[in-house]
Design a protein around this ligand. Structure first.
Ligand SMILES: C[S@@+](CC[C@H](N)C(=O)[O-])C[C@H]1O[C@@H](n2cnc3c(N)ncnc32)[C@H](O)[C@@H]1O
Length: 305
């Protein structure tokens, strides 16, 4: 049996190795020195429960459990694999992590790579007011709180139990952002207006509340469902009057916010007909009181109605 000290040393080594990989990766830290430092300073394993599921199911559609008590080395190694997300909740908590299981994946600790990508595009500055939607384990919140001052960080999680667990984990690291249990699609007016808003759950339609709570020039980074079989990470800048505009910056895949799980025709979500997947990075997105519009610049003369 290894001591917790030996375990901590191993975690540090893995964190360092993961950081080295992300430092040289084209979708890694880039020139965000603060993010590299934050990644090295936050013990990611602290946010992961003992029993999680692998993201990829077996042939029978069931997800295998990865249990720390049975496989401590694999559990720790997977936490620091750049592209691995670990599933922490199925069917909104109705399925307990006690064995192989089948169900809708409803919460996870996002992979190190995707979180680094989100935060690189978000580029929060010291002193910024930041709102995160989808607290999950609280890991992304911890990275944000080391950059933007914890008292200026608000994170909203729809699952009250997950929110409570994240609050405790953050406090154990002496990080005290405001963790709100509630529907993040409504944002959190009291903490705003925000310089930065980031969602770690995807939307089909960008909620107006987020646009209303964004400061003029504020940045919103959110995974947006697309007709291409994956989400697009979009980075929009707000005008301070409830409208924001910008581009798709990456292809990603996220769990959907609870209130937007139902399928909606893309034409009703402002998508142009016939947009080709290879043109994803040319798309221009506007969202505001007039609705959501996604256009290809060359098609801008005939935007979707
Ligand atoms: C992919 S997980 C977030 C993972 C988090 N970034 C982490 O690394 O721990 C998405 C989270 O969004 C939450 N969520 C879904 N709909 C939401 C909503 N309307 N408001 C707030 N949180 C929501 C889910 O409960 C889930 O915990």
């Amino acid at each position: 049996m290894r001591t917790s000290r030996e375990m901590a040393v191993t975690a540090e080594t893995l964190r360092q190795r993961c950081a080295e990989l992300m430092a040289s990766h084209p979708r890694g830290f880039g020139d965000c020195g603060w993010l590299h430092e934050a990644f090295l300073s936050v013990p990611r394993e602290h946010f992961v429960q003992d029993s999680v599921w692998w993201e990829t199911p077996g042939k029978d559609g069931r997800h295998t459990l990865l249990d720390r008590t049975q496989q401590p080395k694999t559990w720790l190694e997977m936490i620091y694999e750049p592209a691995v997300a670990l599933i922490t909740q199925m069917d909104d908590g109705a399925v307990l992590p006690t064995g192989r299981a089948k169900g809708a994946l409803t919460s996870s600790i996002s992979s190190p790579g995707v979180i680094i990508e989100l935060l690189r595009h978000l580029a929060p500055q010291p002193g910024d007011r930041v709102m995160e939607i989808g607290t999950g384990t609280g890991y992304t919140t911890a990275l944000l709180a080391t950059r933007a001052d914890a008292e200026h960080v608000v994170t909203v999680e729809i699952d009250a139990e997950l929110a409570a667990r994240a609050r405790v984990r953050l406090a154990a690291l002496d990080l005290h952002p405001l963790v709100i249990a509630g529907d993040g699609e409504l944002g959190y007016t009291t903490g705003g207006p925000y310089d930065r808003i980031v969602a770690t759950a995807s939307v089909r339609r960008i909620p107006q509340a987020w646009l209303d709570q964004l400061r003029p020039g504020g940045v919103l980074v959110v995974p947006l469902d697309s007709p291409f079989g994956h989400d697009l990470l979009v980075r929009l800048e707000g005008d301070g009057h409830g409208t924001a505009q910008g581009r798709a910056v990456e292809r990603v895949m996220f769990m959907r916010v609870r209130g937007q799980r139902d399928v909606v025709p893309y034409a009703d979500l402002g998508w142009p007909t016939g947009a080709a997947p290879e043109n994803w990075s040319d798309l221009y997105i506007t969202a505001g009181p007039a609705g959501q519009r996604i256009i290809l610049p060359e098609a801008s003369a005939t935007p979707p109605s």
